[in-house]
Design a protein around this ligand. Structure first.
Ligand code: HEC
Length: 266
């Protein structure tokens, strides 16, 4: 061995030691194992259509929310879910699972120890204040838009939008809908949606006419029957909505109702 090689040897060992054997941080592990699917950036309406999975901000928001901020439970859930993902275990809306497909298991790819480090980092980092503010704003906007386009006469929160809540919880194990229940609920949903859609279309036409007649300075007397027609249609839509609620409640058992509508009746 010549002198040059001898001198190089300790340097090689030293470099090797620090780069390969250093324990990666939680942040590095997340970047290496999760970020290819779950963006670590703040989601936006522009970037969302390109996602392969929910943004990490959203994942942690939902998991923490479902586990009532019990960090031990959150950690156990993340470590388990990454190894054994299952439709019935998810806490995010069931329609999201349908959209993205189920997460592939990372069993054998990421060790349980690394998953624990990952979970700690995720719990500490997400969701950020900025994300929570954005989400709150989005939900408020959604609610305003729903109200603006509502064909119903009654829009109180106490009257739950059960079909929507059901779709979000469709595959969750905690709800445990049976195949028979799902089949019946889908019939109710289709009937309701078809009925309400017809009324919404008719309302759109009528309301445009009323606005035009008013702007054209037509007599109130000629406009009034149209307004009464709007009221009649909205009353019909409201009855369809109430029937849907009653029909759905008949299909669900008491525990399921309590799970879906925890604040109902308060
Ligand atoms: C190949 C893509 C992919 C990778 C890599 C990936 N995930 Fe996911 N993950 C998904 C998809 C898709 C979903 C949404 C569907 C679902 O809940 O299974 C998801 C959902 C989740 C959920 C939410 C489950 C729920 O209840 O809503 C958690 C927690 C999660 N991933 C953690 C991780 C962690 C931690 C990593 C890295 C160690 C990771 N994922 C890597 C695709 C991926």
């Amino acid at each position: 061995m010549n002198i040059t090689k001898l001198l190089l040897l300790p340097i090689t060992v030293a470099t090797f030691g620090s780069s390969v054997y250093a324990t990666p941080t939680g942040e590095e592990l997340v970047k290496a194992n999760c970020a290819s699917c779950h963006t670590l950036d703040m989601p936006s309406p522009q970037t969302m259509p390109t996602f392969k999975a929910p943004a990490m901000e959203a994942v942690l928001f939902h998991v923490k929310d479902a586990m009532k901020d019990d960090n031990k439970k959150v950690k156990d859930f993340i470590v388990d879910y990454a190894q054994n993902p299952m439709r019935s275990k998810t806490v995010c809306e069931s329609d999201k699972v349908q959209k993205f497909g189920l997460m592939p298991s990372l069993k054998g790819k990421v060790s349980p120890e690394d998953l624990a480090t990952i979970a700690d980092h995720l719990i500490e980092t997400y969701p950020t204040k900025g994300f929570v503010t954005m989400l709150t704003k989005m939900l408020t906007n959604d609610k305003m838009n729903t109200l603006k386009n509502s064909p119903f006469l009654m829009n109180q929160d106490a009257l739950p939008h059960l079909t929507k809540i059901l779709i979000e919880n469709w595959d969750k194990g905690t709800l445990g809908l049976t195949a028979e229940q799902k089949e019946k609920l889908l019939v109710v949903r289709t009937e309701t949606m078809t009925g309400v859609k017809k009324i919404k279309d008719a309302l759109n036409v009528l309301e445009t006419e009323i606005i035009e007649m008013t702007v054209d300075d037509e007599a109130l007397k000629t406009i009034q029957p149209k307004v009464e027609e709007v009221a009649k249609l909205k009353a019909q839509a409201t009855m369809i909505q109430l029937k849907c609620l009653k029909d759905s409640l008949k299909i669900l058992n008491d525990e399921q109702v309590e799970l879906l509508l925890p604040f109902w009746g308060v």
